[in-house]
Design a protein around this ligand. Structure first.
Ligand code: ACO
Length: 349
């Protein structure tokens, strides 16, 4: 049975660097507060009109495909993870297929927010293990800057997020002991509303005072995006940061241990842990809990902020480019985020 290896990896971040100091133009915040609570110094914001979630994904994908030594024509399937798609529908996968002039291959979008890339990798891994596909393009890309509340009201969320994209070519290999060893996926919808963007969504008539009785243009507009929703900032992401933090520091270590146990390994076997870059304090807590050395954990949230589905492939690519990921290394990917969903993957590079 084939296993899947990462044959090529690429990242793309926009040129525009936004420092904590820059954010003070829009909201009451400080570099000190942001660095102390999150570790973030700066993040990148995509060009307002010329860059989208898909265009960034295409740039990262071109690099990944070239590094894999193949062409876009060799890709058999696309799995695209994002919470900030170009359109409400269709998804970004088909836009990549079009932009890269690929064959009429399947394209699937994954909506699992911060865990999106690990979920996407797991889905792609199953297709390769069954022999259905040989080269799958797996992407995580986000353009958060387009939909954040930059007033003081939204400061607990908006300071965290950044834009960017990462992509890998997952390829079938028969080489013994190489590639994805296992993936582990979880969810608990009990707290779905604690980290969410409620609108636009079909639940919307929960938010209007009177149940909508007709389907006139005005009534539909009221259900979809009313002034009341806008006034309550329900068109922006909502996050109960402390609740997320408390759950994250339990589930991150748990899902990492689950992956190690499944493969008869322990924390000392990990060469590099790439945690989803949610908050540097979360990564440090996980590192401490698992008694990992500094050289066993890779963080770049200081430079790029939290790029949700893109954070793991961006960090993995940067670590690889810096020579921190070598053949034979045991790499652990782990994520936690909205849903709540959490996931891990163990890879023998
Ligand atoms: N600048 C200055 N002050 C701020 C800011 C800001 N940017 N944001 C909030 N504050 C203030 C608050 O108003 C509050 O003031 P008060 O005490 O006068 O009321 C105070 O700081 C503390 O606010 P909290 O929200 O309680 O701050 P906390 O210490 O919890 O830190 C944070 C907030 C950084 C968001 C933290 O809770 C966190 O990182 N949580 C996890 C985030 C995460 O991992 N999300 C998952 C990924 S996202 C995804 O899946 C889509």
């Amino acid at each position: 049975m084939p296993t899947s290896k990462i044959a090529g990896i690429g990242l793309y971040v926009p040129e525009n660097t936004v420092t904590n100091e820059d954010l003070k133009k829009y909201m009451d915040t400080s570099d000190e507060w942001i660095q102390e609570r999150t570790g973030i110094r700066e993040r990148r914001y995509a060009h307002r009109t010329d860059e989208t979630t898909t265009t960034m994904a295409v740039e990262a994908s071109k690099i990944a495909i070239e590094r894999a030594g193949i062409t876009a024509q060799d890709i058999d399937f696309i799995v695209f993870a994002t919470l900030s798609p170009d359109y409400y529908f269709p998804g970004c996968g088909v836009l990549v297929q079009r932009a890269m002039q690929m064959k009429e291959i399947g394209a699937l979008d994954i909506r699992n927010q911060c865990s999106g890339f690990v979920y996407a990798l797991s889905v792609a891994d199953q297709f390769i293990k069954t022999g259905m596909y040989k080269n799958i393009l797996v992407i995580g890309s986000e353009k958060h800057s387009f939909g954040l509340d930059f007033s003081t009201r939204g400061r607990n969320i908006s300071v965290i997020f950044g834009d960017g994209a990462g992509a890998v070519v997952l390829q079938a290999t028969e080489k013994e002991g190489q590639g994805i060893m296992s993936t582990h996926l979880h969810s608990d919808g009990q707290s779905a509303e604690l980290l969410a963007m409620y609108n636009p969504g079909t639940h919307a008539n929960h938010w209007v005072k009177e149940p909508v009785a007709d389907y006139t243009e005005a009534a539909i507009g009221e259900m979809f995006m009313s002034k009341e929703m806008m006034d309550k900032a329900q068109n922006f992401p909502f996050m109960d940061g402390q609740a997320v933090f408390k759950k994250a520091i339990i589930k991150f270590p748990e899902v990492i241990i689950e992956a190690l146990t499944k493969n008869g390994l322990s924390t000392t076997d990990i060469n590099l842990l790439i945690p989803h870059q949610a908050n540097l304090r979360i990564s440090q807590f996980v590192q401490q809990k698992l008694a990992l050395r500094n050289d066993q954990v890779f963080n770049n949230i200081q430079q790029f902020g939290n790029t949700t589905a893109a954070s793991i492939p961006i960090a993995l690519c940067q670590a690889w480019q810096e020579g921190k990921v070598k053949e034979g290394d045991l790499i652990c990917l782990a994520a936690f985020g909205s849903g709540f969903t959490w996931a891990s993957a163990l890879i023998r590079w």
